[in-house]
Each structure stands twice: as C-alpha cells, then as structure tokens.
Design a protein around this ligand. Structure first.
Ligand SMILES: *Cc1c(COP(=O)(O)O)cnc(C)c1O
Length: 499
C-alpha cells in the first residue's frame, strides 16, 4: 500500500466513526489518488512523446467522486463508458462529449446520446455501424467519430505467411481482423454519417507480446485504410494494464505453491472444504488452472504501458511507440483497474465469531457485508483484510489490554470470512485468512484496494440487505474529512477542503 491508502488505514478511530454513522458495509474512496494515477499514465506518454487520451474505464467503479475528480483534469483525460447509464453519469460529472469514448455493445438509446453529444463511438460490430449510421441520418445528427474494435489478430498473422499460428485471446467483442475488409467497405458507404478516426482493441490478458502484436496489426490495418482514402489517426489499445495487490513476489509464490500442495493433500487444506480455485487432484497430479488474479505483478499500470510501448513489434521490428510516432497516430488507453489502484477500501463490521468445525482450530467470522459487496473472490483477487479493533490496537470495547485477545487469541488465528446472506455459498473468502488475533463483534475488517471491480460491480439487494454507502475522503492538515460520494465536487472553497 502506498502512503495515502496506508495512512487512511491507520486512521482507525476515523474509520470506526464512519462505520458507526453510515453502517456496514461501507466504501471509502480517495479521489486524489485517481488523479495521481492519471498523471502517471500521462508521464509515460510524455516519455514516449505520444499524444492521445487516457480514458478511465468507468465500469471498474460506480463512484461519482472518481469520475468528477477526473473530469477536473485537463482534456487529455477522458472516460470510457459502456452503457447509457455510464454515459449519462459521465456527462453529469462534467465530461463533455469529445472526452468520452463509448465502448461495448450498444442499444439505440446509448448510440443516439453518444452521437448527439459528440462522443467517439468504439464500434463493436458491423451491425452497430449500420444502426448508428441509420440513427445519424434519421435524426439529422452530425458526423460521428468512430473507431473500429478489432479482435482475433492471429488469423492475419497466419495469412501473412509467417507459417506459425499465433494465438490471440478469443473475444465475443469486436470484429475479427479477417472480416475487417467488409467493415472498411461499410465505413466508406456510410461516410456521410461516420468518420473513421482509428482502430481499437481490448484484450483481457496480461500477455505483453500478444498486445504488442495486436497494436502492430492495428497500425497495419490503418495503413490499408489510409491507402483507400480514409484518414484515421489513432490506435486505442483498451485497458488491462493491471494492478499489483501483493508487494512480495515470494509471499505470492509460497501461497500458490501451498495451494497446490493442499489440493494434493500433502498439507492441510488452506481453503473452505478444500476449494481448489480451479485446481484439482487427478491421481496425485495437480490439474486445471488456478482462476486467480496474479496477485504479485512485477510491472503493472503505467509501468506496464511503458513496457508495452518499448518492446519490438514482430513484423516491423520497431517498438510500438516508434510505430505510432512514424504514422502520426495518437495513442488512446482505457485503464480501469489500474487507474483506481490504491483509490479506496471497503469496511465491514464483525457480527459474530464461532468455531468453524469441531476441533479444527479455525473460526468462522460473520461480517456485515456479503460476497457481492466485496467481490475480491469473484475476481480471484486474494488480499487479506486488516483488523481494526474497536477501541484501538489491542483494545476492545472500553479499551481492553493489549495481549488480552480472548479465546484462541495469542498469535495469528486462521478464520474464514462469511457474509450476511442465508446462503451456504456466501463466503467473502473461501480461503483461510490469518488475522493477528481472533476478532470480536464490533471490530472492523478493512479490505484495502477494492476500488477496481471489488466495491460495487457485483453489489445487489438480496434479502434487502443494505447496499454499501460510499464516501470520499481527503486529508486536511492532520485529520481526515469525508463527504458522501454523491456530494463530492472537485472544488476547493476558501478556507476549507474541496467541499
Ligand atoms: C473492462 C474494459 C476496460 C478496462 O479494463 P481494465 O482491465 O480494468 O483496465 C477497458 N476497455 C474495455 C473495452 C473494457 O471492456
């Protein structure tokens, strides 16, 4: 954890008073950090002398504060919206149309509003191009800037005569590169309604080489478009720059090795009822792949972009940054998770603690939240929560003695974290989590770094359990100030915090 998030976690009595007032679960956001992250991406652009925009992939978090804070940045920061609701939200937060990129499959209302406000439409399919062009003509809208989202880059590589089949992630989004010719013909037919401004991809992978190859294929595709008289000028390489959740590579490796050993039965289970995260024991051999986010990432976020721009591209041999400069292309990126890295935490109240199974020495800790409220497991992100005892470190209630930690309490104690639903599967962690001592009802658990997908992506109202409230916090002098997320605006009032 970096300083703002780390120091927020140390503000235990502040976090306790927030949860007392606003309930559990509770999301706490640091809007200043999202701006710092955007600045780090911009610094990579400067290093490579590239122009273009950093579009925040809104889907990573529903917060208004984060989007408003980014709207206050200069025009090189935009927002990527994937639904009519996100588009309306971005506009209401202060983004003007030309700073908005509309991605994903789109319905007519989403297309109409995007076209109306002058957003760039990242075309998902030839059908979408037809529908958009029809809307533009019927409603007398201005010509819309469009990017074509491409996928399945491997087929082009094979046609190129390299002789080897290069794999690329399958995606149900975008147009396969081999069908791009027809798409270009359609773009020419609809030139009165749309203007091709570039090519795009978004690959859900950590593989750098796969992304370098896709970027180069986009550049080559745009060369063909230019040869046909079109005037594209940007490559949008999507998101997926990633975030590192575990600082220590060794720690991550030890845990994943131990998981394999547990699946084989050569060490005690590490997980609830032997859950294997996708791994299984087949006659003494571990099979399957662990559905886990790579907790430790040697490079992630802006550093990953830097590497991606610097590796040699397979066909032309020069790095992507050089290819973009030679072709006078802008570079657009759509980071989600990496732009909200270190931007917040989720709090849950401990409701109840009891032994998990007779004699196991493990405990079941029931929290005032469910697996939809902090969907770390859903995304395979394994991060231990931080125990914030009621009454301060080592204390409890009316200031208990340190070391007096009750049952099972002297050293670290292994617990499973269960949610507030009457559902066997509602586990917040399916793995054993070690806390410095056994928590007690009233303590808080803080899940750090949840702003990317883990805060509200899967939140629901099952059993009428409360949805988490979200607050934006800022450090002012020696203390923390907070506001409801929806009341945050990036304005500094004289004599006070931005309020
Ligand atoms: C989800 C998504 C992103 C963001 O991905 P991250 O992995 O969060 O960076 C960007 N672009 C598109 C099209 C997406 O679907």
């Amino acid at each position: 954890m970096e300083p703002p998030l780390a120091s927020l976690l140390r503000a235990e009595s502040f976090l306790h008073s927030l949860a007392d007032a606003l309930g559990s679960p509770l999301n706490v956001l640091l809007p200043e950090v999202v701006a710092e992250n955007a600045a780090r991406f911009r610094a990579v652009y400067r290093r490579h002398r590239l122009a273009g925009r950093v579009y925040f992939a809104h889907k990573a978090n529903r917060s208004a504060a984060l989007v408003r804070r980014l709207a206050a940045e200069d025009a090189a920061v935009g927002v990527d919206v994937a639904s009519l609701g996100e588009l309306r939200h971005a506009l209401s937060c202060g983004f003007t149309g030309e700073r908005i990129m509309a991605t994903g499959p789109k319905d007519a209302e989403f297309l109409w509003l995007a076209a109306r406000v002058g957003a760039t439409v990242n075309l998902d399919s030839p059908g979408e191009l037809e529908r958009l062009s029809g809307l533009v003509r019927t409603h007398g809208l201005g010509r819309v800037a469009v990017l074509v989202r491409l996928s399945r880059f491997e087929s082009a590589a094979a046609h190129g005569g390299a002789g080897t089949r290069l794999l690329s992630r399958r995606s149900r989004f975008g147009t396969p590169l081999r069908d791009a010719g027809e798409l270009v013909a359609a773009l020419e037919r609809h030139a009165d309604a749309v203007e091709l401004t570039g090519a795009a991809y978004h690959l859900d992978t950590t593989g750098l080489e796969e992304k370098v190859r896709a970027l180069e294929q986009c550049v080559l595709f745009l060369d063909e478009c230019r040869a046909r008289g079109l005037a594209p000028r940007a490559v949008d390489i999507g998101g997926g720059f990633g975030a590192g959740y575990v600082a220590d590579a060794g720690e991550w490796e030890r845990w994943t090795t131990a998981l394999s050993e547990a699946v084989l039965g050569v060490r005690p289970p590490l997980t609830w009822r032997g859950h294997g995260y996708g791994l299984r024991n087949e006659g003494g051999t571990v099979r399957g792949t662990a559905a886990l986010y790579p907790g430790h990432r040697p490079v992630a976020g802006p550093g990953y972009l830097d590497e991606l721009l610097s590796l040699p591209a397979p066909v032309l041999g020069r790095p992507p940054a050089t290819l973009l400069l030679e072709h006078l292309h802008d570079l657009h990126v759509e980071p989600g998770r990496s732009l909200v890295d270190q931007c917040g935490l989720s709090l849950a109240r401990v409701l109840d603690v009891r032994p998990a199974d007779a004699d196991s020495g493990r405990y079941l800790v029931r929290l005032g939240m469910n697996a939809g409220d902090v969907s770390l497991e859903e995304h395979g992100v394994l991060v231990d929560p931080v125990l914030l005892p009621r009454g301060g470190p080592g204390g409890n209630g009316a200031g208990g003695e340190s070391g007096e930690s009750g049952e099972g309490g002297e050293g670290p104690v292994g617990v499973f974290l269960a949610g507030n639903l009457c559902l066997e599967a509602d586990l917040i962690t399916r793995r054993l989590v070690f806390l410095p001592r056994l928590p007690r009802a009233g303590d808080l658990l803080a899940f750090a770094n949840t702003a990317g997908y883990a805060m509200d992506f899967h939140a629901h109202r099952a059993q009428r359990q409360p949805l988490a409230r979200t607050v934006a916090v800022e450090r002012e002098g020696g203390s923390w100030r907070w506001r409801p997320d929806e009341d945050y605006w990036p304005i500094t009032h004289p004599g006070g915090m931005s309020a």
